[in-house]
Design a protein around this ligand. Structure first.
Ligand SMILES: C[S@@+](CC[C@H](N)C(=O)[O-])C[C@H]1O[C@@H](n2cnc3c(N)ncnc32)[C@H](O)[C@@H]1O
Length: 182
């Protein structure tokens, strides 16, 4: 438990904007986020960190229907040893298509994004959300967890965006944005 804090903090010192915050999500916040994720179907996690949300997803989900993507190589090694039965891919979610099996494309039911989009240029954020929307099934959706009250992307004609949850029992509070194709 404390070792994951230490590792997260160490990696934050190395790349603060990539991690976005110096603490991983709290356990209660992670459980709350997971209540928005369907318990069946294919789930992708963007930016698994030290796996707080990953753990809650895998508590209720078959590991073969889950893929976690993490850019930081040390965090990725940690995740692979913590979740030996789950698929953890090391890399940048901007290369999404190349990182997931081809038979997942068009069949992903939920993407939970924890990457700090607010630290990326706006054009990259929008590309990333669009790339995420493109691998979803017809009823699939993207959830983005952020400490900012504002959606990290502009209003875009082709994307429906709504704030579906706010969690104030955590510091900082967390906001959950849902994106679907219009
Ligand atoms: C706020 S942290 C998530 C913390 C996680 N919820 C936890 O509790 O450990 C954001 C994570 O996104 C990862 N990340 C940032 N940019 C990324 C990218 N482009 N592709 C994949 N992962 C990324 C960071 O390395 C970091 O682990």
């Amino acid at each position: 438990m404390f070792s994951d804090y230490k590792l997260f903090f160490k990696r934050w010192l190395k790349s603060p904007s990539q991690l976005g915050t110096f603490l991983p999500f709290g356990e209660r916040l992670s459980r709350w986020i997971t209540t928005f994720i369907p318990s069946n179907g294919k789930v992708l996690e963007f930016g698994s960190g030290v796996g707080r949300v990953t753990q809650c997803i895998l508590d209720h989900h078959q590991s073969q229907n889950f893929i976690g993507i993490e850019i930081d190589p040390e965090l990725s090694i940690f995740l692979k040893s913590k979740f030996p039965d789950a698929k953890i891919v090391t890399g940048d979610v901007k290369n999404l298509d190349a990182m997931i099996p081809s038979d997942w494309i068009g069949h992903v039911d939920c993407i939970i994004s924890e990457v700090p989009l607010m630290y990326m240029p706006l054009s990259e954020r929008e590309c990333l959300i669009n790339a995420a929307l493109n691998v979803l099934s017809d009823k699939g959706f993207v959830l983005h967890a952020t400490y900012s009250i504002f959606s990290p992307i502009h209003q875009i004609k082709t994307i429906k965006q709504e704030c579906v949850g706010m969690y104030f029992l955590h510091f900082p509070p967390c906001f959950l944005w849902k994106y679907t194709k219009k």
